[in-house]
Design a protein around this ligand. Structure first.
Ligand code: DGL
Length: 263
């Protein structure tokens, strides 16, 4: 294994940074390529057929270009729809991001948990399956929010976002039957942990669970015996829809991504 072979992170936008962050903490010397399908963003309102056609093809091109040692689909929407197809198409380990329903069910005392994702994610059979396997004795409320995805992109783009806008976006989850008893919410979209402060303020007393730390541990396990560079390297970001503006570039630098280009 070439020590310079990167980890490839993939999302529709900047949400995958919430998975990259904990991974950098565990593997600080890992070379990183972060790919955002900004030309296809947002995925949430898209159909299953569109995502199933787009994601494996794009990942195939990215793998050919960057020769990563491992790919991370840091997007719940893409993972719950296209993970199997991507794994079948690529000859390298592929780690997906799927809703953290299992840890949420472990944590819940009221046995009412919420799943907050994109519109596409919350309707997936993959989510039905996780709920019946790991939360069979829980009421699992679901809400898909394109607004929250947009708010997260706005925040990383350097603009101010308000707790009120986040509160409005999550209200439909609370308004469902038994919503008042919900004590754990799964952040089933990688954009949402980037709004952790705002979500905690909007959902006081509710535990928020996401998969970022678990995925980082999985990546560390899968690359356990592999060589890394001796010191941290600058990471690179690629965007299918053009290069980021100055505020987003500054946010990317905070995640170790010091350069970016169009792909
Ligand atoms: N970050 C993505 C996810 O985890 C998708 C956001 C979007 O493009 O709608 O589902």
């Amino acid at each position: 294994m070439n020590p310079a072979a990167p980890l490839l992170f993939f999302d529709s936008g900047i949400g995958g940074l919430s998975v990259l962050g904990p991974t950098r903490t565990l593997l600080p010397n890992a070379p990183i390529v972060y790919a955002a399908d900004s030309a296809g963003f947002p995925y949430g309102p898209r159909s299953e057929a569109e995502i199933a056609a787009r994601v494996p093809a794009l990942l195939g091109r990215l793998v050919e270009r960057f020769r990563p040692r491992l790919a991370v689909i840091a997007c719940n929407t893409a993972s719950t729809i296209a993970l199997d197809a991507v794994r079948a198409a690529l000859d390298l380990p592929v780690v997906g991001t799927v809703p953290a329903i299992k840890p949420a069910a472990t944590l819940s005392r009221s046995r009412v948990i919420g799943v907050l994702g994109t519109e596409a994610t919350v309707r997936q059979p993959y989510v039905d399956d996780l709920a019946s396997r790991f939360a069979a004795d829980c009421t699992v409320l679901r809400h898909g929010s394109a607004e929250l995805v947009a708010i997260a992109e706005t925040k990383l783009g350097g603009e101010t976002v308000t707790v009120d806008s986040v509160r409005c976006a999550v209200q439909p989850l609370l308004d469902q039957a038994n919503g008042d008893r919900m004590d754990v919410v799964v952040l089933a979209c990688t954009h949402f942990p980037l709004l952790g402060d705002e979500l905690r303020a909007a959902l006081p007393g509710t535990a928020l669970v996401d998969g970022g730390a678990g995925i980082a541990r999985r990546i560390a396990t899968l690359t356990r015996d592999q060589p890394w560079p001796d010191a941290p390297r600058e990471g690179h970001a690629v965007f299918t829809g053009g290069t980021p503006g100055p505020a987003l570039a500054a946010a990317l630098r905070r995640f170790g991504l010091s350069s970016s280009s169009a792909f």
